[in-house]
Design a protein around this ligand. Structure first.
Ligand code: GUN
Length: 307
């Protein structure tokens, strides 16, 4: 049986409506939550992400500022900007888009962000709080995935969740959130032996590896819930024909003609949709949730910081 789609875009709209309503309530008290987004260098994908974060702020009534620094920026220069933003009372959230150019010491930058303004949840203090199960600002993508599962009332407690990918941004925090919800969690990665066999044990399978269509039907138990965190590009007709179900092909080929690529996750929909009970689409699944949760984190940081 074909899987049903988990409509991340719709859940993201609902989250954003909630944020906008709360922002309106804060207005008479003279509070306007503010986000500063910092991007270093010219990576086109990063520019698109940051642009869409700033635009979403504007549409929800949040204050936002975008800082675009040259690819030659030094660690010291970026630290100075972060320090400045830490001091600003009207800035509640600071987001430094990753990855940073290689001359910049990423860890030092992330640790320089005031943990109370760390809307990405990347600071060691917030990661530590997350691991302990304490209140903290939590990385947006994994937090959004939990909201999505809850929205569709997919049971987490007692389930076997398999997370493929161990990044600091998604895999590790995702695993912690699932663990705190009483899932049994397995974390897999590039050195995992018999990955398909391990993945097939999952009731909830989270694919966050960053390799186009790597998770095929062979990795999925009949009836599993599959969450696709991937954001990759398919650039040839052959690839598209292999990855997507026939029903999807006209739209995908149109993408290819217009833009030279179509977005593909870490999951191969053609084979996985045959086996999963629920599947997130790409685009329109996890991506919009990440941005919605950034808005929610910025609001939360403002509420915590300004009472
Ligand atoms: N790069 C990829 N994902 C993210 C994210 O969630 N936050 C930031 N700051 N950079 C990213």
């Amino acid at each position: 049986m074909a899987s049903q789609l988990l409509n991340g875009a719709a859940v993201a709209e609902e989250i954003k409506r909630g944020v906008a309503a709360r922002v309106k309530e804060l207005e008479p008290r003279g509070i306007k939550p503010g986000l500063a987004a910092v991007i270093v260098g010219d990576d086109p994908a990063s520019k698109v992400y940051v642009g869409s974060k700033v635009k979403t702020c504007q549409s929800l009534g949040l204050h936002s500022e975008k800082y675009e620094l040259s690819a030659q920026t030094t660690t010291r220069e970026l630290l100075a900007l972060v320090e400045h933003l830490n001091q600003r009372d009207d800035i509640d959230g600071i987001l430094v888009q990753l990855p940073l150019p290689k001359q910049i010491e990423t860890r030092r930058i992330l640790e320089a962000v005031d943990p109370a303004k760390d809307v990405d949840g990347f600071h060691a203090i917030n990661v530590g709080r997350l691991v302990r199960g304490e209140e903290s600002l939590v990385a947006c993508t994994p937090a959004g995935i939990i909201e999505l599962l809850d929205h569709y009332q997919i049971p987490i407690e007692g389930s076997h969740a398999v997370v493929v990918g161990r990044s600091d941004i998604v895999g590790k925090p995702m695993s912690m959130l699932l663990l705190h919800r009483n899932a049994t969690v397995t974390i897999c990665h590039s050195r995992t032996r018999n990955l398909p066999e391990v993945a097939r044990q999952a009731d909830i399978l989270v694919a966050a590896i960053g390799r186009a269509a790597m998770i095929t039907g062979d990795f999925v138990r009949e009836g599993a819930v599959v969450i696709d965190v991937g954001m990759n590009k398919a650039t040839t007709a052959g690839e598209i024909n292999r990855i997507f179900p026939d029903s999807d092909l006209p739209k995908r080929m149109e993408d290819l003609g217009k833009r030279g690529y179509t977005l593909v996750g870490d999951v191969e929909p053609r084979t996985v949709a045959e086996r999963a009970s629920w599947l997130t689409p790409v685009p329109g699944g996890v991506g919009p949730l990440t941005i919605a949760m950034l808005m929610k984190n910025t609001l939360r940081a403002a509420e915590m910081r300004r009472g």
